[in-house]
Write a new protein. Structure first.
Ligand code: EPU
Length: 423
């Protein structure tokens, strides 16, 4: 297993380009199940999660090739409607195949994802939503078995706004007979892009980008092409890399990104004292010498993203004063905290609230990645820690950050990938 060796304290500045959004690609790829044909998905990042989705879709008979950032998908020969446990256990987003399979083929067998690294992550809303569209769904031996002749439009209210459930139910509803209304739909940019992709494929969807989606089912859809939006979480993580550099930092410029998708983070970064300039597809951040302590509470979009919570805690560990970081989306997502404390941070967690008492400096140590965003926070801390930080199990980071060490090197960081010890 690879590890990162980071010699902290190197000044960060320069320009890098942001890649395509992992969580948009993971929705766009299964959406292609809905109509036979050839699709081109441009700006698809090269990531482990994309490879996992590719392997899963190939087991169903799809033909997929990736040339740099262009993914070509041929869905003409789908011959299996099953997502086996061996793939779903690696990546929960595999459940996205449920909606399109049941919509187009009237049957699907999808393994239940089970828990994740930081606790339970239910899929009840996916199942209830697709049941409301008329599918018969049983849970048997760890699998969701769904059957339907043709789905029928229905009114669906999500008690909790869910990215995955909105995407899945929307993909099921586009081929249903009649109209589906989804209330309290997710409004994340990745869901907006999925909606736009479905419309390009021939779906009829009103209210895109709002909490109320109205979908008029169509009889048939067709293949198309799309350019994936930029990854707002990758963008945000690099902004925090610039901000955490504090007085050893210079200006960093991120290109091929969308500042409009990062409103909440940009405000918080300005609150800590960083200077931010934005253009249509770029952001520049100049850090302040001192990092002010600023509280954050995660929320659904356009609130502060849960996927940026771990990185904010790393930043706040070096702030002047005490900050409170509350995660209202995932109550248990704090596995990075004990690892950050190994670097000298002073963080305590009670229920879903972290209290971060800012300290003067972090000191390098060996730390362990536990999940994707936790790993990102450890790398950020390592960039400014005194001495050497080893981040073990970086396969987590390879799930969602394309060439992270190369991009950090381009900004001046001293980070390298090495073969790590086995566990
Ligand atoms: N929820 C339910 N029941 C469900 C589904 C969700 O109660 O059936 C709850 C969850 O427990 C959570 C809330 O609803 O409290 C929101 O979860 P959501 O369904 O929106 O999350 P997701 O679709 O499983 C996506 C991203 C995550 C990101 C969340 C929240 C993808 C592939 N994943 O997950 O990304 O944290 O939205 O924004 O889009 C990551 O990239 O590191 C990552 C974990």
């Amino acid at each position: 297993m690879d590890k990162f060796i980071i010699n902290g304290g190197k000044s960060l500045s320069g320009t890098i380009a942001i890649g395509g959004a992992k969580n948009a690609s993971l929705a766009l790829m299964p959406a292609t199940i809905l109509a036979g044909g050839t699709y081109h998905l441009y700006n698809t990042p090269q990531l482990r999660d994309i490879n996992t989705m590719t392997t899963l879709l190939e087991t169903m008979g799809m033909n997929i090739s990736q040339q740099d950032q262009s993914l070509t998908i041929d869905t003409k020969n789908i011959n299996s409607y099953e997502a086996p446990y061996e793939h779903v256990k690696k990546m929960r987003a595999s459940i996205y195949v449920l909606g399109p399979l049941i919509a187009r083929f009237g049957e699907a067998k999808v393994s239940l994802p089970g828990g994740c690294a930081w606790g339970p992550r239910p899929v009840n809303l996916h199942i209830e939503g697709i049941r409301k569209l008329g599918a018969e769904i049983e849970i048997e031996a760890g699998y969701i078995i769904a059957k339907a002749k043709r789905l029928k439009g229905a009114r669906i209210l999500f008690d909790v706004s869910s990215v995955g459930a909105t995407g899945n139910v929307m993909m099921a509803a586009v081929l249903a007979k009649g109209t589906t209304i989804i209330e309290n739909a997710a409004q994340e940019p990745e869901i907006v892009q999925l909606s736009e992709f479905l419309v390009k494929m021939g779906a009829k969807i009103d209210g895109i980008g709002t909490g109320r989606l109205e979908i008029e089912g169509v009889d048939e859809m067709h293949s198309t092409d799309i350019t994936t939006i930029s990854d707002r979480i990758e963008t945000g993580t690099f902004l925090i890399a610039g901000a955490i550099a504090g007085k050893i930092g210079g200006k960093i410029r991120l290109e091929k990104c969308n500042p409009n998708h990062l409103g909440a983070l940009i405000v918080k970064l300005q609150d800590i004292g960083a200077e931010i300039k934005t253009g249509d597809d770029w952001i520049e951040l100049t850090p302040s010498e001192k990092i002010k302590a600023v509280n954050v509470t995660t929320a659904i979009y356009p609130g502060y993203p849960t996927d940026m919570q771990a990185q904010w805690i790393a930043l706040m560990s070096l702030a002047e004063g005490t900050s409170i970081v509350t995660d209202t989306v995932y109550f248990d997502r704090f596995t990075h905290v004990p690892e950050l404390n190994r670097l000298g941070a002073n963080i305590t967690v009670k229920e879903n609230i972290a209290t971060v008492i800012g300290i003067k400096k972090l000191i390098g140590a060996k730390v362990m990645s536990t999940d994707l965003r936790a790993s990102a926070s450890l790398i950020l801390a390592g960039l400014v820690a005194e001495g050497t930080t080893e981040v073990l199990r970086v396969y987590h980071i390879d799930r969602g950050y394309e060439s992270v060490e190369k991009k950090l090197q381009a900004l001046g960081a001293n980070i390298s990938r090495e073969q790590g010890e086995e566990f």
